[in-house]
Ligand binder design. Structure first.
Ligand code: XIL
Length: 313
């Protein structure tokens, strides 16, 4: 049977799967991710709390472990993520900052991290989840102290540190048309007009079986019309567990629709699934009663969802 990566490559796309450090000790996990996927994204290993838990104290152990594993399998890595309100250490979130001091903190974090991985990562998620559902700005320490300017600061700093990494703005629930997608579109349009180096829009695509927005593909193409690349960066399609046969067939169609939307969008460069096996997925602990969101089951059997991806590719 053809691998997902050979099928995706034939369509000019990459296909990736997120990996967390703990999973790397599992030989089946290692084998399948290396065989099936072009790239990985560290599930947690490159977040602010992992890398700079105390001001000026950097720990690259987890990120480096994912990178070394990926390289051993001939895979590339999407960096995730530089500026995010979540998994942000308390010293940043609760600091008593001025514009000047928080600017210096952001610059130092981005410079140090991006420079450390310079030349090895093909993408960075520079800012993550900056909007509320209604399209207004999320209330974060970054927005409170710097207003919208933290976004351009982050992108300009990242570009200067590694001119070759493609720089992404990433969010969830921007999967179909609506106020949050409109806010993303308008911000990227404005920042690009100002010369801010944003290369791509990442749609996380944390979705629910049977509930893919009908505007999924047109929304992706609308983002692409800004002249940026687009990518599905964290695709998973959850359901109440255990998944029924009917839901399983619906999930096949939903994976086909979402991966197919990328295939049909010339500026969509690829798809990353947030893991690949239900053995390791963030869904059950985050959404109690839900799960079975990925294309391989807990015992590494391919599911109908896997066939949906194959059909799209
Ligand atoms: C999730 C990880 O998968 C979990 O292990 C962690 O406990 C919480 O974060 N959007 C993102 C990702 O951008 O970083 C999140 O990853 C899932 C939602």
């Amino acid at each position: 049977q053809a691998t997902l990566k050979s099928l995706a490559a034939a369509k000019g796309k990459y296909i990736g799967a997120a990996a967390d450090n703990g999973e790397l000790i599992d030989p089946r996990f290692q084998q399948i991710i290396g065989e099936q996927f072009h790239s990985t994204t560290p599930g947690n290993g490159m977040k602010w709390d992992a890398i700079e838990p105390r001001q000026g104290t950097f720990n690259f152990a987890k990120g480096d472990e994912i990178l070394a594993f990926a390289q051993s399998k001939g895979m590339t890595v999407r960096g995730h993520t530089l500026v995010w309100h979540s998994q942000l250490p308390g010293w940043v979130a609760n600091g008593n900052w001025t514009r000047e001091t928080l600017t210096a903190v952001i610059e130092n974090h981005i410079n140090t991290v991006v420079n450390h991985y310079k030349g090895t990562l093909f993408h960075w998620d520079v800012v993550n989840e900056i909007f509320n559902e209604d399209g207004t700005w999320r209330d974060t320490v970054f927005y409170r102290v710097l207003g919208e300017d933290f976004v351009s600061l982050a992108f300009r700093t990242a570009r200067a540190a590694d001119p070759n990494a493609k720089l992404y703005i990433n969010d969830y629930n921007i999967d179909g048309s609506g106020p949050k997608s409109t806010a993303m579109f308008n911000l990227v349009q404005k920042l690009r007009a100002e010369g801010v180096p944003i290369d791509g829009i990442g749609s996380q695509a944390h979705l629910i079986v049977g509930s893919i927005p009908s505007s999924f593909e047109s929304n992706l193409q609308n983002f692409a019309s800004l002249g940026v690349d687009v990518a599905l960066t964290e695709l998973d399609i959850r359901t109440s567990t255990p998944i029924s046969e009917a839901k399983s067939q619906q999930q096949l169609l939903d994976y086909k629709t979402t991966v197919g939307a990328c295939v049909n969008t010339p500026s969509c460069v690829g798809v990353t699934i947030w893991g690949f096996t239900d053995r390791y997925s963030w869904i059950p602990s985050t959404f109690p009663g839900e799960g079975d969101a990925l294309p391989w089951d807990k015992n590494y059997n391919r599911k109908a969802a896997h066939d949906g991806i194959v059909l799209a590719l």
